[in-house]
Design a protein around this ligand. Structure first.
Ligand code: MLC
Ligand code: AMP
Length: 466
């Protein structure tokens, strides 16, 4: 059973907790989640695939759980998606309806409501392990986002491996305020508690004060969240009673790690993953936590380093190579893109992460960076330079555009657009991107230049822009 804690016999026996899920001001028991989500399942079970406007709300949780009960594939949609992005996700995913809230422009799709107070105790057979639970949209270096197919089996396998690594049990209360349309906030951060049976407190926004007020045992955050907590000593000190502070989705700067340890007495757990592979590496609750390192493979995962010719790179703690991972909880491919899927695996079944790493003789991993400057992580969001460049080039005053991730103390990387053209107005250009794409894909800054540095083949030399 994927969501083990939502067990109707246990709930009927009175084995329930009144505050299993809290999002903002709304609190639901396990019985509430099960009965309301089963009622969602009844309304949606005739569909194959539905879009969910993934606001940080109980509606989103019930919509997702309803889909999992009914065996319907859920497509979480970022609630701030711009029109072009929204149109792409709906068309590419083949979503048949909106489940729960719908955006102002519902694109002609029917809307199936989610009623928080509805109750059903209808019984559904557990869908097969191989069924696709989610299509998660994530950026590549070029083109619009690709749909990553995630099976129920991948989710169950990875959550159990993480529970083992982090000693995560039903005694825990997980706290976070991450978006509910990505692996981190949704799959780990909502389905994790519902499988393992821990309480969940979702703070709607991941602000230091909200984390401090929540009094959890485990906290999830992206490095930007930890960096903001490190800058707010009162909030940080309030976390000192927790068991684990977990950071991931982007590199945790060593000074932030040290500051958090100093203020809370807890060395953060760092873990590494991708939408395509789930979480593959982590430091362990019972193991070493080394600043700047993301730990060892989780159960069921193998890793190796390869040079640009496919040759072995030694695991000596110094030699740098492309990180390849193999495991039993990976995605089932990019929706409708068999060539892209095939291209991301080696012949012997390793996934090429695109990250560059070192591995020490004890199997500890350090992520050095990304092989391509075209995949940017800003505030933990993965952003393809190509998608933003295409948007900038769609503006009539822009002739050439190059988007890079400039180091930023708060966001890790900050999106900067270098453009060549006539009569360029920075606010207009940012507004133009905002009208097409979601908020975090907007450049923070536009720099107008005479020309872009190119090599002899005409390719933009982004490293020179940085
Ligand atoms: C943002 N703003 C802009 C702007 N960009 N305004 C003008 N121009 C731009 N270019 C606005 C925002 O809308 C916001 O407005 C305000 O500026 C502050 O934005 P911000 O600096 O981005 O901060 P914030 O909104 O607080 O976001 C920071 C954050 C967010 C950490 C909360 O980045 C976040 O939720 N990150 C999580 C990403 C994540 O979950 N990734 C996991 C991927 S899965 P206003 O009005 O709202 O204040 C994965 C796998 C794995 O990676 O390993 O986990
Ligand atoms: P996403 O597709 O949004 O799931 O992003 C996956 C990418 O996030 C990885 O390929 C890494 O570049 C980055 N990432 C995730 N976790 C970490 C981490 N702990 N340290 C460094 N980079 C990370």
């Amino acid at each position: 059973m994927l969501l083990r804690s939502l067990n109707r016999q246990a709930v009927a026996r009175g084995d329930d907790i009144p505050d299993a899920v809290r999002i903002g001001d709304t609190t639901l028991s396990r019985g509430d989640v099960l009965a309301a989500a089963t009622s969602v399942a009844e309304r949606v079970s005739h569909a194959d695939r539905v879009a969910i406007l993934a606001t940080p709300s109980v509606t989103t949780v019930l919509a997702v759980v309803g889909c999992l009960i009914a065996g319907v594939t859920a497509v979480p949609v970022p609630p701030d998606s711009g029109p072009a992005e929204l149109e792409h996700i709906l068309r590419d995913s083949g979503s048949q309806a909106w489940l729960g809230e719908a955006p102002a422009d519902s694109a002609g799709l029917p809307v199936v409501p989610v009623r928080v107070h509805a109750r059903s105790w209808h019984s559904y057979p557990e869908p097969p392990d191989s069924a696709t639970a989610f299509v998660l949209y994530t950026s590549g270096t070029t083109g619009p986002p690709k749909g990553v197919l995630i099976s129920r089996k991948a989710i169950a396998t990875n959550l159990d491996a993480l529970a083992e690594a982090w000693q995560w049990t039903s005694d825990d209360t997980l706290v976070h305020g991450l978006p509910l349309f990505h692996l981190h906030g949704l799959v780990l951060g909502v389905l994790g508690p519902l499988r393992i049976g821990s309480r969940l407190v979702h703070t709607v926004k991941p602000s230091p004060a909200a984390y401090a007020a929540a009094r959890g045992t485990m906290y999830f955050g992206v490095p930007t969240v930890w960096s903001r907590i490190a800058d707010d000593p009162d909030s940080a000190c309030a976390l000192s009673g927790a068991r684990l502070l977990v950071s991931g989705s982007a590199p945790l700067p060593v000074p932030v790690f040290e500051k958090i340890r100093e203020l809370t007495g807890l060395a953060p757990i760092e873990r590494y993953g991708m939408s395509e592979t789930m979480l593959t590496l982590s430091t362990r609750a019972d193991g070493e936590r080394r600043p700047g390192w993301v730990g060892v493979p989780v159960r069921g995962v193998e890793t190796r380093l390869r040079d640009e010719h496919g040759g072995d790179v030694p695991h000596d703690g110094e030699s740098i190579g492309g990180l390849q991972v193999r495991g039993s909880m990976f995605f089932d491919g990019y929706l409708g893109r068999p060539e892209a899927t095939a291209a991301s695996f080696t012949e012997d079944g390793y996934f090429e992460t695109g990250d560059v790493a070192v591995i020490d003789p004890d199997g500890f991993h350090r992520i050095v960076g990304r092989a391509s400057t075209d995949l940017i992580k800003s505030g933990g969001f993965r952003i393809g330079a190509g998608e933003v460049e295409a948007s900038l080039l769609g503006h009539p005053s822009v002739r050439e555009a190059a988007v890079v991730g400039v180091p930023d103390p708060d966001l890790g990387q900050r999106l900067v657009g270098f453009v060549v053209g006539e009569n360029i107005s920075e606010p207009d250009l940012i507004e133009h991107v905002a009208a097409e794409l979601s908020v975090h894909k907007r450049p923070r800054e536009i720099r107008v230049v005479e020309s872009l540095p190119r090599n002899a083949l005409g390719k933009v030399q982004k490293k020179l822009l940085l």
